[in-house]
Design a protein. Structure first.
Length: 622
């Protein structure tokens, strides 16, 4: 995760990764899609070979993506065998520790890597939520103030085997097991209820949510590569078993919400790249995914839900190198989805359906030494999460209920993008038409009980505009990375306009000293009063700094890392829907200081040692 902070246009906020102007990217690690973000957290700087950020990826990385991050790792060809240890210890309000141990063996045709990762982390948060609304002329205000602690324990095991049959053929096998992932979230709070007709009351409440899950991921791939042809076949299996219990206690009553989910998914994928001539290249691929989840919910009413989805996607793309500088590519993607949703054993016809969608992409690009220009069009589908589609609900407090929405529709986005690059500066402009976008909306559930319901709902169609500037100059040992993005939209919902400019920014410095010392620092965030969907941000900023030093010819690396130095990484959000004003404020879980120690030992072919400064230079933008 820390490595990605040094890449232009990549923005990291908490555990979320996004690309300015492109949203959430698909992430690929050594040719396979990353399903668990913890895989990125465990990557060591010395393992990074290349990182690519693709603003207009082809179908190999999915036909329904607007951006992708492609990470390739490798051990040095000079390393025969070894063990790599990394420990990250520190505090984000409470103690946190992550220990990773990786052993590897490199033979002429066979490479084996085995690793284990243990994580213990505890974070503290302060949260405030306020809901102001009116019922028959009576003004109501509900404000909850809570202190929240979040504890997570995780143990994972992974192995990867690569066998090179010859120069053209290779086989890759991968397995990752998370036998025990436990979480505990405890919340203590006060609910302030102001009713103009009945006065002012304060009530105590607390809740405890415990989760326990097991995850298994198995995969394999075959690769064929020549100067004219590249073929890849892969298959993966994913399994999740999760149990969760939530206990809510108020002055009036106690309530429990139990959830059990078992999910599994099988994916089969094939991609082919063929150079037809000096001018034309053909890209094609097909992917089949079968997914099902069985969920059981126990509240005052016992509910179950079950879904089964079969998805078949394919793409064909033709690339033409018109001249040495001009290139054009057109791609058509096809997605067929058969989705069936059941509640309490009965099928929900409003959500169960089949669909066949065509997702075209067209791009034209020009390159001349330090100058490049690309024009592109693409269509993507934004799909609700399975939790958003759930037909169940739970109470957050006496006056607040969260509901799923099984009838939530997919959102379709048509985008036109222009990317202009000259030397170390780049400019990106885009226009998007968003149809059936969805976001959380507040509605009055029951006037007598004064309960507010929060649920994801489809929004009216709207336009979205984006302009982003990225600069990446390098002056001797100093690298500068500056990003700024401006987003505008013209959404109107319930008679309220959400059209204020949203500005995001990132500025980072990276200086490499002699003798393996590196200093990095930066600030990122967004300005207040910017609109996104039906929300309005009230500002966010995070300043971090990192000092690194290598020892023993680069075998030992020590780092001191501090985040949220000025204690400004808080989130304020304003939401105004259906005459209900919602204000959310959260702070904590970000500020902290860590000591990171990495030590590598083993047997290598005779060669000169490599210092950390060269290793860290790999991560610096080129």
């Amino acid at each position: 995760m820390d490595v990605l902070r040094e890449i232009p246009r990549v923005v990291i906020q908490g555990d979320e990764i996004s690309i300015l102007g492109k949203g959430t990217p698909s992430i690929y690690l050594n040719g396979r899609k990353v399903l668990n973000i913890d895989e990125i957290l465990n990557i060591k700087s010395s393992e990074i070979k290349t990182i690519e950020v693709l603003g207009n990826p082809n179908g190999r990385y999915g036909i329904n993506v607007s951006s992708a991050i492609v990470i390739t790792t490798s051990t040095s060809s000079k390393d025969i065998w070894g063990i790599d240890l990394m420990d990250r210890v520190g505090s984000k309000g409470r103690f946190s520790n992550a220990l990773n141990v990786t052993a590897y063996l490199n033979l002429p045709k066979l490479s084996i890597k085995v690793g284990t990762n243990h994580v213990y982390g505890e974070k503290m948060y302060h949260k405030e939520d306020t809901y102001d609304y009116s019922i028959l002329g009576n003004q109501i205000s509900n404000r909850s103030i809570t202190e929240l602690s979040d504890v997570r324990k995780n143990l994972s095991l992974s192995t990867e085997v690569v066998y090179h049959i010859n120069d053209n053929h290779s086989i890759n096998l991968f397995a990752n097991l998370d036998p025990t992932t436990r979480g505990k979230e405890h919340l203590d709070g006060l609910l302030h209820h102001h009713d103009m007709n009945n006065g002012y009351t304060v009530q105590e409440f607390n809740s405890t949510t415990q989760t326990n899950s097991s995850i298994a991921f198995l995969g394999g791939a075959y690769h064929f590569n020549t100067t004219k042809t590249k073929i890849d076949f892969s298959g993966t299996y994913f399994y999740l078993n999760q149990n969760a219990n939530r206990h809510l206690s108020t002055e009036q009553e106690d309530s429990n919400f139990d959830q059990k989910s078992i999910a599994n998914s099988i994916t089969l994928k094939g991609d082919c790249e063929q150079n037809l001539s000096k001018v034309f290249s053909l890209f094609s691929g097909i992917e089949y995914v079968s997914t099902q989840r069985d969920g059981k919910y126990k509240t005052t009413n016992r509910n179950t839900d079950f879904f089964r989805q079969k998805q078949l996607t394919g793409y064909v793309a033709l690339q033409a190198n018109i001249t040495k500088r001009w290139r054009a590519q057109t791609q058509i993607g096809v997605e067929f989805v058969d989705f069936k949703y059941f509640k309490n054993g009965a099928i929900v016809n409003g959500q169960s359906k089949r669909s066949l969608k065509y997702l075209p992409t067209i791009s034209v690009s020009y390159e001349n030494e330090d100058f490049s220009l690309e024009l592109s069009y693409n269509k993507t589908i934004d799909k609700p999460s399975y939790n958003q589609l759930s037909a169940n609900y739970f109470m957050s407090n006496k006056y607040l209920r969260w509901d799923g929405n099984p009838t939530l529709r997919n959102s379709y986005v048509h985008s036109l993008t222009t990317d202009l690059t000259y030397d170390w500066a780049s400019l990106s402009l885009s226009y998007s038409r968003v149809k059936d976008g969805f976001f959380e909306v507040c509605t009055l559930l029951d006037p007598k009980s004064m309960i507010i319901k929060i649920s994801p709902e489809n929004l009216p169609n709207y336009n979205q505009f984006y302009a982003g500037l990225s600069m990446n100059p390098q002056i001797k040992r100093l690298a500068i990375l500056a990003d700024i993005g401006l987003q505008l939209q013209d959404l109107i919902y319930g008679g309220v306009s959400y059209n204020k400019p949203l500005i995001a920014y990132s500025f980072r410095l990276n200086y490499t000293f002699p003798k393996g010392v590196s200093l990095r620092c930066g600030i990122s965030g967004h300005l207040k009063n910017g609109s996104y969907a039906t929300g309005e941000t009230k500002g966010y900023s995070n300043f971090d700094i990192r000092l690194s030093k290598s020892w023993i010819s680069g075998k030992l690396i020590t780092q001191i890392y501090a985040t949220d130095i000025f204690n400004k990484a808080y989130e304020r959000i304003l939401l105004n829907t259906n005459n209900i004003l919602r204000q959310d404020y959260s702070h904590g879980g970000t500020r902290g200081i860590f000591l990171i120690v990495q030590y590598k030992f083993g047997k290598s072919k005779k060669s000169r040692g490599q210092t950390l400064s060269k290793e860290m230079m790999r991560l610096m933008p080129q």
